[in-house]
Design a protein around this ligand. Structure first.
Ligand code: MLT
Length: 200
């Protein structure tokens, strides 16, 4: 997968896996990584799917309606890419924290839904429930921060609430933070994610 890798100063720190929103690139979330942990290694990936020229991490049938087969295929592809990237670059495969926005948050949530050890944790900005009606792996010991907007027209508040409940029922340690805003990523939520990260 097309990606950008930056080795951090401190190998004991997690590797931050950056996953952009629809139409983004692997450069978009680099400023966020700096806010979360300036010493961490960064692996920033570009989604392999194009929708009218816009990179995404999996196909959708309509706004908010996911192509489940492609979601499953792309989640496996990303998980395998992480295995390979850890080997090639010599970082700890078991110490990856994803930071995703929108479509990127959805594929990060899908990694958690399908693979017990894909991620150690995740910061999910404006996510949705990636897939319903499946049994999640036991996510004990995993840490997830969700930030959502009460007026988000793309990710309805129920999506964040349901995602929170599903992850919590799978034993993950989850925090859900609301802002009275829409779908845009705000500095306040990045700051809150940074505080959360310092305490996990
Ligand atoms: C998705 O397709 O993953 C969500 O609708 C969010 C987005 O627009 O990227």
């Amino acid at each position: 997968m097309k990606h950008l890798f930056q080795k951090g100063n401190d190998p004991s720190k997690p590797t931050l896996l950056l996953l952009h929103g629809t139409g983004g690139t692997e450069r978009d979330l680099l400023p966020l990584a700096g806010e979360i942990d300036k010493d961490a290694t960064i692996l920033s990936v570009r989604g392999n799917v194009l929708e009218n020229g816009m990179p995404r991490f999996f196909k959708r049938l309509a706004e908010g309606v996911f192509d489940e087969d492609d979601l499953i295929f792309r989640t496996k592809e990303l998980n395998e890419f992480l295995n390979q990237a850890a080997k090639e670059n010599g970082f700890d495969r078991n110490n990856i924290i994803a930071i995703g926005y929108s479509n990127g948050a959805n594929i990060a949530a899908s990694l958690l839904f399908h693979y017990q050890n894909a991620l150690k944790g995740a910061i999910l900005h404006h996510p949705m429930v990636p897939r319903r009606g499946i049994t999640l792996p036991d996510l004990s010991g995993k840490h997830v921060f969700i930030s959502a907007g009460t007026n988000d027209p793309i990710c309805a508040p129920e999506e964040s609430k349901d995602l929170y409940s599903l992850l919590e029922q799978a034993n993950a340690n989850v925090e859900l933070r609301w802002e009275n805003r829409g779908h845009q990523l705000t500095y306040n939520e990045v700051e809150a994610a940074s505080k959360w990260y310092q305490n996990i």
